[in-house]
Ligand binder design. Structure first.
Ligand SMILES: [Zn+2]
Length: 359
């Protein structure tokens, strides 16, 4: 029960982050929030806990009570136990929250990103035009008025993609300044709500960026005149822009090895590799924090090529337990056809048989 509630709260957090400024939880609550609050109250009564009295209190629970909390008791084999749905510093949905919310019949934010790209593709008359637009979105999670006079700006591309952008929400502004992480290019905030001073005083723990995993070697970028900037939809920031660096690195590795590849319809970043067999060999690129949910997503999206290389950032693949959790969560058939790898290991792994795991 707790596990189902965690999933429901993830969908609530993701939905509320889309429809309103997170600081204003006025009555009457949106129906998805009222339902989640009611379910939480019921669950608390069942397990003998004091229930939350309001939506702000429930939101605070989502910020402080992780997946492994006895209230939820989500198995560690499904979601890493320290995962919260709302980020403790950023107070926004965590990446894991969107991944959990996407692990639902409607596919959540990940499916939304795919649907938006499908629409875009339908509007672009040619494949080349679509690829241009997709590349623009991946490289420009935030666009400022002055970018329109910079190099590489295409009026035609912008006119096709601009409806996928919206104004910067007030919850992402600090003293009328928008902060951007120089590493992932996504929104950032500081713990104390002030514009952070670069240098040793700003520690990792004080700064949140939507990528969550970025190094803090360089100061955050400050974008003034935020009313002249637009931000890409959250689902595309997370599931297109964030994995884009990994996708580019993987494709560069293929190019260097002389392996041709062409984009496949369907999954967000999927390619068929030419002459890399025996059999049909595909590559799919992801940047997901939760390996078991990634495995579940892949297991659901059959049919498979004879072999699919699943490329994730090296920083994730090298994390304690990531590979094991991924492999353990796969049923036998996809497990025999999937190889988890990184951009650097991609080409060497082409010659390696799939991991068979225990069973
Ligand atoms: Zn970042």
């Amino acid at each position: 029960m707790g596990r189902a509630l965690f999933g429901e709260l993830a969908r609530m957090v993701a939905a509320l982050a889309e429809v309103q400024e997170l600081r204003s939880f006025a009555l009457p609550y949106p129906s998805i929030a009222q339902r989640a609050l009611d379910r939480t109250v019921m669950h608390c009564l069942d397990v003998g806990e004091t229930p939350p009295r309001s939506l702000p209190e429930l939101w605070e629970w989502c910020r402080t009570r992780p997946a492994g909390d006895p209230l939820f008791a989500v198995p560690a084999s499904l979601v890493t136990p320290d995962t919260t749905l709302v980020h403790p510093v950023g107070r926004m949905p965590t990446r894991s929250c969107l991944e959990v919310a996407s692990h639902a019949p409607d596919g959540g934010a990940a499916a939304n990103a795919r649907a938006l790209l499908d629409d875009l593709e339908a509007r672009c008359a040619t494949g080349e035009r679509y690829r241009q637009c997709r590349r623009f979105l991946a490289n420009h999670p935030v666009v400022h008025q002055r970018d329109r006079f910079g190099p590489g700006w295409s009026k035609a591309v912008w006119s096709r993609v601009k409806d996928l952008y919206g104004p910067l929400p007030e919850s992402l502004l600090v003293d009328d300044v928008f902060l951007r992480c120089p590493s992932c290019g996504l929104p950032a905030l500081s713990r104390n709500g002030a514009v952070p001073v670069p240098g040793p005083s700003a520690t990792d723990a004080d700064i949140w960026c939507e990528g969550e995993e970025c190094p803090r070697d360089d100061p955050l970028e400050l974008i003034r005149e935020p009313d002249q900037a637009w931000i890409l939809r959250r689902s595309l920031r997370m599931f297109l822009a964030l994995p884009h660096r990994t996708e580019e690195a993987a494709r560069d590795a293929l190019d260097r090895a002389g392996i041709d590849h062409e984009a496949l319809p369907g999954p967000l970043s999927a390619y068929r590799l030419k002459d890399a067999g025996p059999g049909i060999v595909d590559m799919q690129v992801y940047d997901r924090l939760q390996p078991a949910l990634l495995a579940a997503h892949l297991a659901d999206s059959a049919p498979f090529a004879d072999r699919t290389l699943v490329v994730v950032p090296a920083s994730l693949a090298g994390r304690d337990g990531y590979r094991e959790a991924f492999t353990d969560a796969l049923p036998a058939l996809p497990r025999a056809r999937l190889v988890l790898t990184t951009p650097v290991d991609l080409v060497p792994d082409l010659g390696r048989p799939p991991e068979r795991g225990e069973g």
